[in-house]
Ligand binder design. Structure first.
Ligand code: ATP
Ligand code: MG
Length: 254
């Protein structure tokens, strides 16, 4: 394996310098964290599955014209991506009430929302990713009003497309989190979708049984985390023959 410079290590992924300027290699770890890193464990095979699931969903979104950072998968745990300047805002799109919106607004989990609701959180582990409004985002210059408009439009298109895609395989897309970034291409700057789309940042419920097929299995100690992620991959038609397999960890120089 070639030795590459490690650019960033987060809770779920490692970013390495890519082979060409403006590219990065995104390595998916098996580490699982919840409640801002308070709860930690590893889920064997999770990284392999998330790499594959995110590849699939980003590729399908690319096909319908939603620009994103995915270039190609390199191996079981790594994908080549376009480097972006991440906008420090997590965009949460909710179709059905679950998680923090329930406790915050006193809504019963599972209640269908009147329409898709977008929420924003400021990306800051120190502050526990606080909920913010569009006013904060534009006033503090995290994104311009035009960028935020684009982010909102893209998020709703992603929601429409992914809701349909998951419905087709018997899964309800309850909610999910997206990250966007500025991609500099010559003189042009474009807002594109970045990070990952996987059961780590989507709530996915089986339509027939309401069984959770996402990270809530880890958050709530329900067990069967890897099986659930595997079931999502299987229904998407991307589970490799003989299971997800594995690879050795990354080699890097600091
Ligand atoms: N195309 C991209 N270019 C640059 N950075 C990216 C890109 N896609 C995702 N990232 C960033 O890479 C990191 C991925 O690592 P990981 O998801 O493990 O982070 P994390 O622990 O969730 O921390 P945080 O998201 O708070 O930085 C995130 O910081 C994410 O914002
Ligand atoms: Mg992350």
């Amino acid at each position: 394996m070639t030795r590459r410079r490690r650019v960033y290590e987060g809770k779920a992924k490692v970013l390495f310098e890519g082979p060409e300027p403006g590219t990065l290699v995104q390595y998916f770890k098996d580490d699982a964290t919840a409640f801002n890193g308070e709860k930690k464990s590893t889920v064997t095979g999770k990284g392999v599955l998330n790499n594959r699931i995110s590849e699939h969903l980003m590729s399908r979104l690319g096909e319908i014209g939603i620009q994103n950072h995915f270039i190609r998968r390199l191996n079981m745990r790594e994908q080549l991506i376009k480097e972006v300047e991440i906008i420090p805002v997590e965009v949460i799109i909710r179709n059905i009430a679950a998680g923090s919106i329930c406790s915050r607004l006193g809504i019963t989990e599972g209640t269908a929302l009147p329409r898709a609701i977008i929420e924003y959180c400021f990306k800051s582990d120190d502050l526990n990713d606080p909920l913010v409004s569009e006013e904060h985002i534009t006033a503090f210059g995290w994104a311009t009003p035009q960028e935020l408009d684009e982010i909102m439009n893209l998020s709703l298109r992603v929601n429409d497309f992914l809701s349909g895609l998951f419905t087709g395989i018997g899964i309800r897309l309850v909610d999910f989190k997206l990250e966007f970034g500025r991609y500099y291409d010559g003189d042009e700057v474009q807002i594109i979708l970045a990070d990952e789309i996987s059961p780590d940042n989507c709530r996915l419920w089986d339509m027939a049984t309401n069984e959770k097929l996402d990270k809530d299995r880890f958050r709530r100690d329900l067990g069967g985390v890897e099986d659930a992620y595997q079931e999502v991959a299987r229904r998407l038609g991307i589970l490799p023959e003989g299971g997800p397999g594995d690879l050795k960890g990354p080699s890097s120089i600091q």
